[in-house]
Design a protein around this ligand. Structure first.
Ligand code: SAM
Length: 216
């Protein structure tokens, strides 16, 4: 998702108390310096307009959430949504390109990574940019806690197949695989994202996988 450039978006983001302005300074200290507790930390990469994380943060006050979004124009919408929510102490956002994720989290600091409707990058030559490529999986690996997982949802069957084969080729364990989430036993606990709602209304089936890191 890339919205047209919105004048003033960068300034609004820089002035927002809901955005962590210097994430590299928080590496290894998210719990002590940002959330001030010892709760599980869940991170959505490519959090878009923030619908999923906002709902998750309201539903789960016992968990801390961070949304990482690359584009200011998109993050701005998440901040505007955040401003309409009741005061929450468990949800912050970053404007950041996840390619550098290894520079902002410490070893084992994240308990769950959500990848929701990640950009498919359909051209073969761009496969390394996909957030479920083996290159990205290897960036996430050291950052996940011992019971850490990745949850990935998409309506794009080709991207789902690619992601499964990348995960298996790099030794990740597939804990859950469904190609019709909304008709599966996991539908009840599912929180919809913006894209998920848009695509499911069109009749697209939603695929979901949960991955656990390779056993050492
Ligand atoms: N997760 C949301 C949803 O399901 O509705 C948004 C999905 S949208 C297709 C993908 C989002 O990921 C876009 O907002 C895009 O800017 C963001 N994104 C793509 N690559 C990224 C990266 N390397 N780092 C951070 N965000 C990224």
């Amino acid at each position: 998702m890339r919205l047209r450039n919105i004048p003033g978006a960068d300034e609004k983001i820089q002035g927002s108390g809901y955005v962590i302005q210097d994430p590299a300074a928080m590496q290894g200290q998210w719990r002590s310096a940002v959330f001030h507790n010892d709760r599980p930390l869940y991170v959505e990469i490519g959090s878009g307009k923030g619908r999923f994380l906002s709902e998750m943060a309201l539903l789960h006050p016992e968990i801390d959430f961070l949304g990482i979004e690359k584009f200011s124009s998109v993050l701005l919408r998440a901040i505007e949504k955040r401003e309409t929510l009741p005061e929450l102490l468990n949800l912050y956002f970053l404007r950041f390109d996840a390619e550098g994720i290894g520079g902002i989290f410490g070893e084992g600091e994240i308990d769950r990574i959500f990848l929701n409707f990640s950009d498919p990058w359909p051209k073969d030559r761009h496969h390394k940019r996909r957030l479920t490529s083996r290159e990205f999986l290897s960036r996430y690996l050291p950052l996940l806690s011992s019971n850490g997982t990745i949850e990935f949802k998409t309506d794009n069957a080709a991207l789902f197949d690619f992601s499964l084969s990348e995960a298996r080729a790099s030794g990740w364990e597939v804990l859950l695989e469904t190609r019709d989430l909304h008709k599966s036993p996991y539908a009840e606990e599912n929180v919809m994202t913006e894209y998920e709602q848009k695509f499911s209304i069109l009749g697209n089936k939603i695929c979901k996988m949960i991955l656990a890191p390779p056993k050492a």
